[in-house]
Design a binder for this molecule. Structure first.
Ligand SMILES: Cc1cc2nc3c(=O)[nH]c(=O)nc-3n(C[C@H](O)[C@H](O)[C@H](O)COP(=O)(O)O)c2cc1C
Length: 330
């Protein structure tokens, strides 16, 4: 059999590729790299903020810097002056009407209280006078008791009971369950609390079919899904070159938390990879009308659990394969 014909589910499974496949893979790799790099470059605020979402992300990041300083054991009045001034400038430019700005202003107020007695820069004083919608901000006390009572579940059993499910019961997925799962995903940590991720969710069967038609890995079971989520990160929330992969990191954390959130609601889930060529990415984006600044991280299919379903064992390697305790340093 020629190596060209050794394909399954749209992918080559040849043990050693022909030179033509080699060239095609090499070309595809560099084309993908260029596609990702250009999109990051176009939207991230590498040199200066030039969009409202970038400014919102910067306000959240600066507010986080201030709350961080106030939460330290050795909290030191006077810290964060430059961040406070930049946050104040963004607040004056944007107003305090958005959720990010409200968090920014509430944090700035608490930071000003924390620094009571010091003279605040005029830009900060101007921002403090802005009308402020209420927002939770600053620091809070987390007690060991609160933590204990909120974590009574056996997390290992919970995590090990999740399997990729590819057989679903018919019927609508309750929207409240999805909403709770997204709230759980929002609880995932995010870089400087910028919260760049979004779950675009469809539960209407006709719309699910349109979305899933762009993803190869659901072909054998996707018609049973009760919902599909496209998880994205907003590239306008990222700042410098070092953050060029941060969207995938924060996106992965958000996605896994969403999967666990749906699992906690008793729903079955299956990740659907988005390791695709630029043309496929463009086609999905066009189908769902996705803003160019949104980077697709991964898709997640889900649905009602039948009374019983066959799932892959997908055995895990011994825990030592994923874990080194106190390895010797170089
Ligand atoms: C990012 C990602 C993409 C995946 N894509 C697919 C997919 O397209 N189709 C599919 O059936 N399973 C997909 N999976 C599921 C994996 O095959 C599965 O997680 C793995 O075999 C471990 O099994 P488990 O999820 O049941 O523990 C994906 C998983 C991840 C994390």
């Amino acid at each position: 059999m020629s190596t060209e014909r050794l394909r399954e589910a749209g992918r080559s499974v040849a043990a050693s590729p022909s030179w033509r496949q080699w060239v095609r893979a090499e070309w595809g790799f560099w084309r993908g790299v260029a596609y990702d790099a250009q999109r990051f470059r176009r939207h991230a605020w590498l040199h200066r903020v030039h969009s409202t979402p970038s400014r919102a992300a910067r306000m959240l990041a600066d507010a986080h810097f201030l709350e961080y300083g106030m939460a330290l054991r050795a909290a030191r009045p006077g810290f964060g002056l430059a961040r406070a001034e930049r946050l104040a400038g963004d607040l004056s430019a944007e107003g305090a009407g958005t959720e990010a700005a409200a968090i920014g202003l509430a944090t700035l107020r608490l930071w000003a209280d924390f620094n009571a007695g010091s003279t605040l820069p005029p830009a900060v004083q101007t921002a403090l006078a802005l009308p402020a919608p209420a927002a939770e901000a600053g620091t809070q006390t987390l007690t060991a008791d609160t933590l204990r009572s909120a974590t009574v579940l056996d997390f290992l059993a919970f995590a090990q009971a999740r399997h990729s499910v590819r057989q679903f019961a018919p019927g609508p997925v309750p929207h409240d369950a999805i909403r709770r799962a997204v709230a759980a995903a929002q609880a995932a940590p995010s870089s400087c609390n910028r919260q760049t991720c979004h779950a675009h969710v469809w539960t209407d069967p006709a719309l699910i079919n349109r979305v899933r038609s762009h993803q190869a890995g659901n072909r054998t079971f996707g018609h049973e899904l009760g919902g599909i989520a496209v998880i994205t990160s907003d590239l306008r929330h990222w700042e410098h070159a070092g953050e060029r992969y941060q969207a995938w990191i924060d996106g992965g954390l958000f996605a896994m938390s969403l999967a666990h959130g749906l699992h906690a609601e008793g729903l079955g889930t299956c990740f659907l990879n988005w390791s695709v060529e630029p043309a496929t990415d463009r086609a999905l984006r066009a189908e769902i009308g996705l803003d160019d600044a949104q980077l697709v991280i991964v898709l997640l299919g889900f649905g009602l659990m039948p009374d019983s379903a066959t799932v892959c064992a997908s055995p895990r390697l011994p825990v030592e394969a994923a874990f080194s305790l106190n390895p010797p340093l170089a």
